[in-house]
Write a protein that binds this ligand. Sequence first.
Ligand code: F6P
Length: 319
Amino acid sequence: LKSIAVMTSGGDSPGMNAAARAVVRTALYEGVKVWGIRDGYHGLLEENMFEMESKDVGDIIQRGGTFLGTARCKRWKTPEGRMLGYQHLVDRGIQGLCVIGGDGSLRGASLLSQETGIPIVGLPGTIDNDVWGSDYTIGCDTAANTIIDAINKLRDTASAHRRVIVMEVMGRSSGWLALVSGISGGAEYILVPEEPYDLDKLCDDMKNAYAEGKRYILVVVAEGAGNAQEIGDFIAKKTELDTRVTVLGHIQRGGSPTVIDRVRASQLGEQAALALISGLSDVVFGFSKGRVVSIDLHDSVNNKKQLDPEYLHLAKVLF
Ligand code: F6P
C-alpha cells in the first residue's frame, strides 16, 4: 500500500503515543504516506484527519494519553456509520488503517474490514490487558505500576491504623490489573470478575487474622468484581474492623509510560506499519512469551481472554 492511516480509539492508555509514533515513522521510512485520524472513529466520521510528517510525532514518546485524541463512538456501531467512515478514507486515497485500542475498538475494526474489505491492522491498546491472543496490551505495565504506587501508600496508613483497606482498580470485565497489582503489592485478597468469591468466609478469615495479630489487610477489587464501597460496608458491618475504601479511578489511565510500554508499543507500531504496507490485513500484533506475534483480528475479538491460571494460583499461595 502507498497510503495508510492510524488512529487511537476507546479508553486511552500510556504508550499509545509511542505506538502511533512508530507507525508514522516506519511508514515514512518506507516512503509511504501516513494520515493521523483524530478522536478515533468519531474523528473519522467527522473527517478530522491530516497527513503526517515525522515532526508531528516528535516530543510525544514520553507522554501518557494520546496526542491523536480518542473517543468511544456509538455511531461506529451502525453499518451506515462504518460505511461513511470508509468513504472518508477512500476520498483521501487511504488504502489501509491501523487501529490502536481495546477489544471494543478492535471489534469495530473487524466489522469495517468484513464489510468493506479495506486492509486493517489492530494493535492492543488498553490498560486492561484483556485482548485475546496477546499476553500484553499497550499501557498495562504503566497502569500496574501506578496501582502499585498507590498500594504502597495505602499500606503505610493501613498499618498505622490497623485498618482494612478495600481498593478498587479498573477492569470492567477483566481482573488482570487487580491480579497483577495484588500479587506484586502483597494484597491479602484479590477479587476479580473471573473467579467467584465468598464475602462471608473472607470476613471470618479477616477476624481470625486480626485475632492472631495481623496489623492490617488490603483487599484489591477489580471494578467488574463488585462495588468497592459496598464490599467495604459489608466487611465493616460483618467484622466490626475499622475499614476504609479507595477507588483509584482514572489516575490509573494516565502518566508517562514505562520503559516496557514504550519499547513494546514501538515494536508493535513498526510491525503494524510494515504489515499494512505489504498488504496484510485482519491481524492484531501482540506479544506472546516476550516475542511479537500476529493474531487473527476476528479470532481476537470473538474470544475472551482468560486470566493466567498460574497467577491465580500464585495469588492463593502467597496470601
Ligand atoms: O480502558 C478500559 C477501562 O479502563 C476499563 O477498565 C474501565 O471500565 C473503563 O475504561 C472506563 O472508561 P471511561 O473512561 O470511558 O469511563
